[in-house]
Write a protein that binds this ligand. Structure first.
Ligand code: GH3
Ligand code: MG
Ligand code: MG
Ligand code: MG
Ligand code: MG
Length: 317
């Protein structure tokens, strides 16, 4: 940054919260005031043990630690920190009066990212902290990208519902939880009736819009925070209702059936409607052992097949 120029937004974003770990109150206060004058948000811990505790509930990705401290010194602190599963990477600067080459090597080997010898000039400290900020900023960017990729990997691009991958990953968890807490769980499988005719009559584009509208009905109908819907295949969807038994699942499916049949869909050839068939299956750990995901889905699928056989636009259990 050029002198006289204002700090850019990026500069501000790179000032991550700092934790000073220092047993000398005088030194801690001096360091704190330097850091605060540079624009950092600062907290202080008096030794390694206290710092570890503090990072658990007040996570600070930038740590400046002293070496010689009672209870837990800076090196033990670095090693313990690297063993912890914290919310993100902690960039550690060891700031110590120990100035031997062996000490520097030992400090870095213990897990410190940087090593500064006391007394450090505020200008150097500021520059070192900027380096730390660049690295932590990069980590934050990667984390955000990872979350985006993770989101994409579990989302169906057409309907924005969860995809089959997420469904296959999460239904077993939901079943395990149901078994553990002795709670029921219902799955509703649904398949749009004569959907091939929608494509054939109105074209694929309208077919896609129909899938989006139908998925919208499913998503909007989720009543509890724990309920979720996924696109299982082409025009097949599944709704998972933890806490619902077979009867509750059937009531939910009946509501969905009605809402789907009331959807007003548009095409260049004029408005049209659809219907869908529903198959419901449930587990009740109070009455019987929790089945595998495959067995539960086979039961829902068999019920869906009966709904088709019995004339479509209906719910079977
Ligand atoms: P049924 O009442 O027995 O379910 O008849 P159906 O015509 O709905 O069943 P079928 O399984 O024969 O046809 C499903 C159709 O869904 C065939 C396929 O081209 C279409 N489809 C699958 N995925 C998509 C998609 O992403 N977009 C569009 N537009 N069509 C899709
Ligand atoms: Mg000390
Ligand atoms: Mg079919
Ligand atoms: Mg169909
Ligand atoms: Mg089908």
């Amino acid at each position: 940054m050029m002198p006289g120029k204002e700090a850019s937004v990026t500069d501000m974003e790179d000032r991550f919260p700092v934790l000073i770990v220092e047993d000398s109150t005088t030194q801690a206060l001096r360091l704190q005031s330097v850091l605060e004058s540079l624009g950092y948000d600062v907290a202080v811990a008096v030794n390694g043990r206290e710092a570890l505790e503090r990072l658990q509930d007040d996570f600070r990705p930038l740590v400046i630690t002293d070496w010689v401290m009672p209870e837990m010194d800076g090196l033990s602190f670095c090693r313990a920190l690297r063993d912890r599963d914290l919310p993100g990477y902690v960039y550690v600067i060891l700031l110590t009066a120990k100035d031997a080459l062996d000490d520097l090597v030992a400090g870095l080997e213990a897990g410190a990212d940087d090593y500064l010898v006391k007394p450090v000039h505020p200008a150097e400290l500021g520059a070192r902290l900027k380096t730390a900020g660049r690295i932590l900023g990069l980590e934050a960017k990667l984390k955000k990208k990872n979350e985006e990729i993770r989101h994409l990997s579990i989302t169906d691009p057409l309907t924005r519902l969860y995809n089959r991958r997420h469904f296959n990953e999460h239904l077993p968890h939901a079943l395990k939880a149901a078994g553990r807490y002795g709670r029921p769980l219902a799955v509703v499988m649904t398949d749009i009736d004569h959907f091939k005719k929608v494509n054939d009559t109105y074209g694929h584009q309208v077919g896609d819009e129909t899938l989006q509208a139908f998925a919208g009905v499913l998503q909007a109908s989720l009543r509890r925070g724990v309920d979720w819907a996924a696109r299982y295949g082409g025009e097949e969807f599944v709704v998972v209702l933890p806490e619902a038994d077979l009867e509750g699942g059937a009531v939910a499916a009946e509501r969905l059936r009605l809402l789907a049949s009331q959807l007003k869909l548009q095409s260049p050839q004029g408005p049209f409607r659809i219907t869908a068939s529903f198959g419901v299956a449930a587990v009740d750990p109070q009455k019987e052992p929790v089945p595998s995901m495959e067995a539960l889905l086979a039961a829902a699928d068999a019920a869906l097949y009966r709904a088709k056989e019995n004339g479509r636009n209906r719910v079977e259990t």
